[in-house]
Design a protein around this ligand. Structure first.
Ligand SMILES: Cc1cc2nc3c(=O)[nH]c(=O)nc-3n(C[C@H](O)[C@H](O)[C@H](O)COP(=O)(O)OP(=O)(O)OC[C@H]3O[C@@H](n4cnc5c(N)ncnc54)[C@H](O)[C@@H]3O)c2cc1C
Length: 388
C-alpha cells in the first residue's frame, strides 16, 4: 500500500502541535519526514486542555523527582522554540510553593530540589510576608521559592509550534475529526478514518488529550476526564502589587491546593486562580462549559483565606479538561500492541510545561524506536496505583 505521509499526528493541541514540528524538522535517511497533522477544531482552540493564557513551569517537582531532568530539558527547548519562532512564550516570575513543611507540596518540592541540586530558598511565614506583602501565610506555613519557575503561554506556544511545523513542510488540517484508526498488519502502517476521508501513513502519533478514552481505549489505561475551572479576579486595590508576584501553589491543612498566576504581558488582565484538581468527572464532548456562581464564590472564599485582597472583582472564568491516569503520571510510549503507533496522553493536569520534551521523546520513538529520556514512569502497562 502506498503511504502518502511518513507520520500522521492525531490531535494538534499542546503535545501534537509540538510533535508535528519536531517530526517535520527531523530528517531520516537523508530526507525530511512527511508529516500530516489532523485536528478536529481550529488552531489553538479553547475546548481541550491547552488554553487560558498561562501554564506554570516549575523545576522542583513534588509529584516525583523523576520529572526534574525532563522539565530541565523542556525549559531549554522552550527557549529554543522562542528563538526559532521569534515569539515570547516564557515569563520567569519565580515560583513559591506554600504549605506546612511536612505536607506533600512543600516536602515533595524540597525533596526533589535537594535530589537534583536545584537552586531554591525556604522562607518561613514571616519572610514570605516581608517579601510578598499580599500573602498571608499561617504561622506554621513555609514556602519553597525557586527563581527559575514562571509562566508558559499555552495558546502562543501552540500557535508557534503550528507555524514552525507548517514552515518545516507539515500538512496541517483543521476541522477534521478522526473517527477511528487501524494499525495495518505486516508493517503496512496505519489507516486513519476521518470526517473528511481516509488517510494512510507509515506511523501514527496519537495525542488526543481528553479524547483519549475514545481514540485510545485499546491501551487499557483507566483514564478519567475532569472538568476544571480557571478564574480571573481583579484584586482589591489594583493589580500593581501582583505584577511582581511569583506564580504560587498553596496547600492548606486539609491538603486542598490552589494556585495563582500574576498578570503578565501575555495575559495582562487580572490574576488567575484555580484549584489544583477538584473532582468533577465528565467527558470531553459533554462537559458543562458554564461556570456557576457557587463555583466563583467557593474559590473566592478559599483564596481570600491566604491572599486577602485577591478575590476583589470577579472578571471571568473558563473551563478546561484534565485527563487523569490513576497515579497521575503521564502515558508516553510506543503502543504495546502496535509498533507503528506512538502515544502521548493522560497528562493529568500537569503536562504543559513538558510539551517540547514530550515532542522530542515522540520523535525519538518514531524515528529510532527508543529515547535517551527517562520514560519508564510513563509506561501504559504499569501497575496503576492512586498517588499517596
Ligand atoms: C485548568 C488547567 C490548568 C493547567 N495548568 C497547568 C500548569 O500550570 N502547568 C502545566 O504544566 N500543565 C497544566 N495543565 C495541564 C496541561 O495544560 C495539559 O496537560 C496539556 O495541555 C495537555 O495537552 P494535550 O496535547 O494532551 O491536550 P490538548 O491540548 O487538549 O490537545 C489534544 C488535541 O487533540 C484533538 N483531538 C482529540 N480527539 C481528536 C479526534 N478524534 N480527531 C481530531 N482531533 C482530535 C483535540 O481537539 C485537541 O486539540 C493545566 C490544565 C488545565 C485544564
Amino acid at each position: 500500500m502506498r503511504t502518502a505521509h511518513d507520520v500522521v499526528v492525531i490531535g494538534l493541541g499542546g503535545m501534537g502541535s509540538a510533535a508535528a514540528w519536531s517530526l517535520a524538522a527531523r530528517s531520516l535517511a537523508g530526507r525530511s519526514l512527511r508529516v500530516l497533522g489532523l485536528e478536529q477544531f481550529g488552531p489553538a482552540h479553547d475546548r481541550g486542555s491547552s488554553h487560558g493564557g498561562s501554564r506554570i513551569i516549575r523545576h522542583a517537582y513534588f509529584e516525583d523527582p523523576a520529572y526534574v531532568p525532563l522539565v530541565l530539558r523542556a525549559h531549554e527547548l522552550w527557549e529554543a522554540v522562542e528563538r526559532e519562532a521569534g515569539r515570547r512564550l516564557l515569563w520567569p516570575t519565580g515560583g513559591l510553593m506554600v504549605g506546612r513543611p511536612d505536607g506533600p507540596l512543600v516536602a515533595g518540592s524540597r525533596h526533589s530540589a535537594r535530589r537534583w541540586d536545584l537552586p531554591h530558598e525556604i522562607l518561613d511565614a514571616r519572610e514570605i510576608r516581608a517579601r510578598f506583602p499580599v500573602f498571608a501565610p499561617r504561622r506554621d506555613e513555609v514556602g519553597l521559592f525557586e527563581a527559575r519557575a514562571g509562566i508558559v503561554a499555552p495558546e502562543a506556544a501552540v500557535t508557534a509550534h503550528l507555524e514552525l511545523a507548517a514552515k518545516a513542510g507539515a500538512d496541517l488540517r483543521f476541522g477534521c475529526r478522526v473517527l477511528r484508526w487501524e494499525a495495518l498488519p505486516g508493517g503496512e502502517g496505519v489507516r486513519v478514518v476521518t470526517s473528511e476521508g481516509d488517510h494512510h501513513a507509515g506511523h501514527a502519533v496519537i495525542c488526543p488529550g481528553a479524547w483519549a478514552p475514545d481514540l485510545l481505549a485499546n491501551l487499557g489505561v483507566p483514564f478519567t476526564v475532569e472538568r476544571q475551572v480557571q478564574f480571573w479576579f481583579s484584586p482589591r486595590g489594583g493589580t500593581s502589587p501582583y505584577t511582581r508576584l511569583p506564580i504560587f501553589i498553596w496547600e492548606d491543612e486539609s491538603g486542598e491546593r490552589f494556585y495563582g498566576v500574576p498578570p503578565h504581558a501575555g495575559s495582562p488582565d487580572g490574576v488567575k486562580v484555580a484549584f489544583y484538581r477538584r473532582t468533577d468527572v465528565c467527558t470531553a464532548d459533554a462537559v458543562d462549559r458554564v461556570v456557576r456562581q457557587d463555583e466563583v464564590d467557593a474559590i473566592a472564599r478559599h483564596v481570600e483565606s491566604r491572599v486577602p485582597t485577591l478575590p476583589g472583582t470577579f472578571l471571568r472564568a473558563t473551563t478546561c479538561l484534565y485527563t487523569n491516569t490513576p497515579d497521575r503520571h503521564f502515558v508516553i510510549a510506543t503502543h504495546p500492541d502496535h509498533p507503528q503507533v506512538t502515544v502521548a496522553c493522560g497528562f493529568s493536569g500537569h503536562g504543559f510545561k513538558f510539551v517540547p520534551v514530550v515532542a522530542e521523546i515522540l520523535t525519538d520513538l518514531v524515528t529510532t524506536g527508543r529515547t535517551p529520556h527517562p520514560i519508564a514512569l510513563f509506561d501504559p502497562r504499569r501497575d496503576f496505583r492512586p498517588p499517596p
